[in-house]
Design a protein around this ligand. Structure first.
Ligand code: ADP
Ligand code: MG
Length: 340
């Protein structure tokens, strides 16, 4: 069983800080999802864990061993960590089975072939064992890449936006196959994505990154229900914001009050309200600007006091031109104004 922990990790490139004070833990046998926009430092974290780059400060432990510290970088092969990337290049001149068998060591050729087949079967590709990469679809190639990474029984696996190149239905299939393989083998995994829904789906634990820093590390439900800051709230779904002063324990937005007693009377605060935490009923308080269908929801833009907010309302709700707006406390937060 292998836990991976980063403690106060810093990584700089010439003229640029890629990671600052990053502390994270992937618990043994669990999936830690890293969620962040492009450039937030997700891939850098994986490269440091894989031992492909040194760090400037802090340390990385893999199963209690210090794998990285300033001046010390354990070689990648000694870490026994598997990797799957979005554009994972399979060896073009090897079959699917040969690709999976490639990284196996200390086994007879026959045992390697057998292990490769077991893994191809696990990812639903046993019938394509003899196919070359160019004969496989993108989704099939990623299945082979997953099997190849998992077959040597790595201590942990790092997945860097592994499904980003695939269309949504394939993504869902591959996500299920991947989670099943991780679960059956109880493999510790770090799963990088810039897709909030995907992060929430795969994560036992979720870390939200922004500009090289961890905004929040929490269980997915906790991150959603108790965001640490405005940026963490926004990372998990559409939000509306409003800046104002706390009066009578609340921040008065044009759409209604947001409880803010913890910030202190008279302080300036930032209200953050999830788009689905707003309920619209026919009324007078706000003007409906437009309604766009979005699957099970309609995305509605409403205006009050010159402020426009987005609302995820049940589809086809009859609204009319003016509405009253109710803010549900479970999706409404107030942060000190200085906080991100
Ligand atoms: P992400 O995977 O979240 O998109 P990265 O970890 O790739 O982000 O990059 C984090 C930051 O570090 C970015 O600002 C990126 O430009 C920078 N960076 C990454 N790799 C290098 C490098 N080899 N040289 C210089 N800057 C880099
Ligand atoms: Mg990346």
């Amino acid at each position: 069983m292998t836990a991976i922990s980063l403690t106060r990790v810093r990584r700089t490139y010439p003229g640029r800080v890629a990671l600052e004070d990053v502390s994270l833990t992937a618990a043994s046998g669990q999936v830690l999802a890293l969620l962040g926009a492009s450039g937030s430092g997700k891939s850098t974290i994986l490269r440091l864990i894989a031992g492909l780059e040194p760090l400037d400060a802090g340390e990385i432990r893999i199963a209690d061993d210090i794998a990285s510290a300033p001046g010390r970088t354990l070689a990648p092969e000694a870490r026994r960590i598997g990797m799957v990337f979005q554009d994972y290049a399979l060896f073009p001149h090897l079959t699917a089975a040969q690709n999976v068998a490639f990284g196996l060591e200390g086994q007879t050729a026959q045992d390697k072939a057998r292990t490769a087949l077991v893994w191809l079967d696990r990812v639903g590709l046993a019938h394509r064992a003899g196919a070359f990469p160019h004969e496989l679809s993108g989704g099939e190639q990623q299945r082979v890449a997953l099997a190849r990474a998992m077959a040597p029984k790595p201590r942990a696996i790092l997945l860097d936006e592994p499904f980003s190149g695939l269309d949504p239905s394939l993504r869902a299939d591959l996500r299920a196959v991947t989670l099943a393989a991780l679960g059956e083998t109880k493999t510790t995994a770090i799963f990088v994505t810039h897709d909030a829904d995907e992060a929430l789906m795969v994560a036992d634990r979720l870390a939200i990154l922004k500009a090289g820093r961890v905004l929040q590390e929490a269980a997915p439900r906790e991150a959603y229900d108790q965001p640490a800051c405005a940026g963490a709230a926004a990372a998990l779904g559409p939000v509306n914001t409003y800046r104002g002063r706390i009066e009578n324990g609340a921040l008065a937005t044009p759409f209604g009050p947001v409880p803010a007693r913890h910030l202190g009377e008279g302080a300036e605060g930032l209200a953050v309200v999830r788009a689905e935490a707003l309920t619209l009923t026919p009324g007078t308080a706000a003007r409906v600007l437009d309604v766009r269908p979005q699957g099970a929801h309609d995305r509605v833009r409403v205006e009050a006091g010159g402020v426009v907010w987005a609302v995820l309302a049940p589809a086809r709700a009859p609204l009319g031109e003016r509405v009253d707006v109710q803010i549900e406390a479970s999706g409404a937060f107030a942060f000190a104004s200085a906080a991100g």
